[in-house]
Design a protein around this ligand. Structure first.
Ligand SMILES: Cc1cc2nc3c(=O)[nH]c(=O)nc-3n(C[C@H](O)[C@H](O)[C@H](O)COP(=O)(O)O)c2cc1C
Length: 200
């Protein structure tokens, strides 16, 4: 990581990292990036190899094209194989990291302290620096291994926020269901939003 990126002052809206892994529900990750950008946050983004594959399968558009459409700075899109990226270091000031959606493969690697790519490294940095880490898990059913890994992550300080949309707000479209989960993520990041109608 270069010294310049570590010295960069934090933007007023804060700086968040959004990681997309190869679980179903790629749109949750894409919409999270979009909502954070719209709320004025500096957003860093990275997708795993399988994350990119599922984004293309489920949204019909490659991750790189989504990022271009959002006009996100090229400096803020990181290569998942690049363990020398700024976000791989605890000295890079991030307010929070979200893995959305989070595969059981990535959850298992992080829970074991294994760093096979930049997403695992960024998550492990988040935990060691005691910074907020939100794991938006997506798998069903969960094996005992998955449950234990998620428990380890929760015990280590991560928030486990399963991608499970509610029905009490009467969703009419898939977009409504995606927005509900993304709204929950933004709540946990203390970012204001109007993605869903609140109960009461
Ligand atoms: C279309 C598709 C959907 C998938 N959905 C899930 C899922 O919902 N949850 C999960 O844990 N893995 C899912 N997988 C498997 C992961 O992609 C696989 O475990 C991969 O190794 C994850 O790598 P990553 O964690 O580096 O992204 C899916 C794979 C494909 C191709």
């Amino acid at each position: 990581m270069n010294a310049e990126s570590a010295q960069r002052p934090k933007p007023a809206g804060g700086r968040r990292l959004v990681c997309i892994t190869g679980a179903s529900g790629a749109m949750y990750g894409i919409r999270t990036i979009q909502a954070l950008l719209e709320s004025g946050c500096e957003v860093h983004a990275v997708a795993s190899e399988w994350g990119e594959r599922v984004v293309a399968e489920e949204t019909g558009k490659p991750f790189s094209v989504w990022m271009n459409d959002f006009a996100i700075s090229q400096d803020h899109i990181h290569n998942c194989r690049d363990l020398a990226a700024p976000i791989a270091s605890g000295s890079f000031p991030l307010d929070a990291t979200v893995i959305v959606p989070c595969s059981m493969n990535s959850a298992g690697a992080i829970a074991s302290g294994v760093c096979q790519n930049l997403i695992h490294r960024a998550a492990l940095v988040s935990l060691k620096e005691s910074r907020p880490l939100i794991i938006v898990s997506r798998e069903s059913p969960l094996s005992l291994i998955d449950l234990r890994n998620l428990t380890t992550l929760a015990e280590t300080g991560a928030s486990i926020l399963p991608a499970s949309p509610a029905f009490y707000h009467s969703p009419a479209t898939i977009d409504d269901m995606v927005n509900f989960v993304v709204g929950k993520i933004l709540d946990h990041l203390h970012v204001e939003h109007r993605l869903f109608r609140r109960w009461g």
